[in-house]
Design a binder for this molecule. Structure first.
Ligand code: SAM
Length: 302
C-alpha cells in the first residue's frame, strides 16, 4: 500500500476504545503491500475504526462484536448522524452536565448512562465514550455500559465539541462514495467472506486482558484465529497486530502460531506515573502474509 501523503496526519476517530491503534497507523500502512483496485479491505475487529478510516479503501467490510460501535459508524455512513446533529446534541447535553454539577450533583452522566443502557441511543454512546473515565469501553455481564464518569463536569467545552464534530466530519468524508458494509458479527463470520484480492487486517483483543460482554479473548480463540487466517486462499492478503514483548515478557504465541509469516515491529512507550524514568517500552508486532509486505528488510518468523 502506498502511503497517502495525508497520512502524515492520522485521522482520529470520535469513538475511543482500548487498544486503539492511532499511533501505529503509519507503521501498519507503510508495512503492507496491497492495491485496493480489485479487492475489499476486511476488518473483523474494527474497534474505533482508526485503521480503516485512514486506509480509506474503495470497498470495505467493517465488523466488530460491539453493535454500538458499528451502529454509530453505520449511522454516519447512511447520514442519520451528521456532524451538525453531533454538535447540537453535545451542546445541549454538555450544558446539562455542567449545570447539573453546579447544583451540587454529578448524576447527569449516570442518567445518560442509564438512558443509553435502556435505549441504546447512539448519540448517548458517543457522550459516554467521550466523558467516561479514561475513554474506556466496558460492558458488564448483562451487556450494560458500566464505566464511571471522568469527573470533569465541564467536559464538553466548546473546543472539545468542535474537536469531536470535526472527527465525525472527517470520517464522514472518508466514507463518501465508498462501498463500505458495516456488520456486528463474530470474527469467524467476517473472515470467511474473504475472496481473492481482498486484504484482512486483524486486531484481536489481548489474550486474557479484558473480561467484557463484547470483548473477551481466550488462548483457544487466538489459536483458532491463527489457523483460520493462515488457511485463507493464497490470493487473500492478511496482517495481524499483536504485542511482541515488553520489559518482562515475550509473546510466545507469535512463534508458536504464526511461523512462516513476515514480522515487522514497532516500539512505543507507555508511562507508569508521571516521570520519564518510569517509561516502559512495548514492542508491537505486525505479522504479515509473505508477499503482502512492503519492500524493506524482511524478518521471517521461524
Ligand atoms: C484491540 S480492539 C481493536 C482496536 C482497533 N484496531 C482500533 O484501532 O481501534 C479489539 C476489538 O475486537 C472486538 N471483538 C472482541 N471479540 C470479538 C469477536 N469475537 N468478534 C469480533 N470482534 C470482537 C472488540 O469489541 C474490540 O473492539
Amino acid at each position: 500500500m502506498k502511503l497517502p501523503k495525508e497520512i502524515k496526519r492520522v485521522s482520529v476517530p470520535p469513538i475511543k476504545c482500548q487498544g486503539i491503534k492511532t499511533k501505529l497507523v503509519p507503521f501498519i500502512m507503510s508495512s503492507i503491500r496491497w492495491s485496493d483496485a480489485n479487492g475489499t479491505w476486511i476488518e473483523p475487529f474494527a474497534g474505533s475504526g482508526v485503521v480503516v478510516f485512514n486506509v480509506k479503501p474503495q470497498r470495505a467490510i467493517i465488523n466488530d462484536a460491539n453493535p454500538f460501535i458499528i451502529g454509530f459508524y453505520k449511522a454516519i455512513y447512511d447520514g442519520t448522524i451528521t456532524p451538525e446533529i453531533v454538535r447540537d446534541y453535545l451542546r445541549v447535553e454538555g450544558r446539562t452536565l455542567l449545570l447539573d454539577n453546579r447544583k451540587g450533583t454529578d448524576s447527569y452522566f449516570y442518567r445518560v448512562r442509564e438512558r443509553f443502557n435502556e435505549t441504546g441511543s447512539l448519540l448517548d454512546f458517543l457522550f459516554l465514550s467521550r466523558s467516561c473515565f479514561n475513554g474506556v469501553m466496558r460492558f458488564n455481564g448483562k451487556g450494560k455500559f458500566n464505566v464511571p464518569f471522568c469527573q470533569k463536569p465541564d467536559r464538553f467545552r466548546q473546543a472539545y465539541i468542535t474537536k469531536i464534530t470535526n472527527q465525525v466530519a472527517s470520517i464522514k468524508k472518508a466514507m463518501t462514495d465508498k462501498d463500505w458494509i458495516f456488520t456486528s458479527n463474530d470474527w469467524k463470520q467476517t473472515i470467511e467472506l474473504a475472496e481473492d484480492g481482498d486484504f484482512v487486517y486483524l486486531d484481536p483483543p489481548y489474550i486474557g486482558r479484558h473480561v467484557d460482554y463484547f470483548n473477551h479473548w481466550t488462548e483457544k480463540e487466538a489459536k483458532d484465529l491463527a489457523k483460520t487466517t493462515q488457511a485463507l486462499p493464497e490470493n487473500v492478503g492478511f496482517a495481524l497486530s499483536m504485542w511482541k514483548e515488553n520489559k518482562y515478557r515475550v509473546n510466545g504465541h507469535i512463534e508458536e502460531e504464526w511461523a512462516g509469516n513476515v514480522e515487522r515491529s514497532f516500539a512505543h512507550y507507555y508511562h507508569i506515573g508521571s516521570t520519564e524514568s518510569l517509561r516502559n517500552e512495548m514492542q508491537e508486532a505486525l505479522i504479515i502474509r509473505q508477499g503482502c509486505e512492503s519492500e524493506e528488510a524482511q524478518v521471517i518468523i521461524e
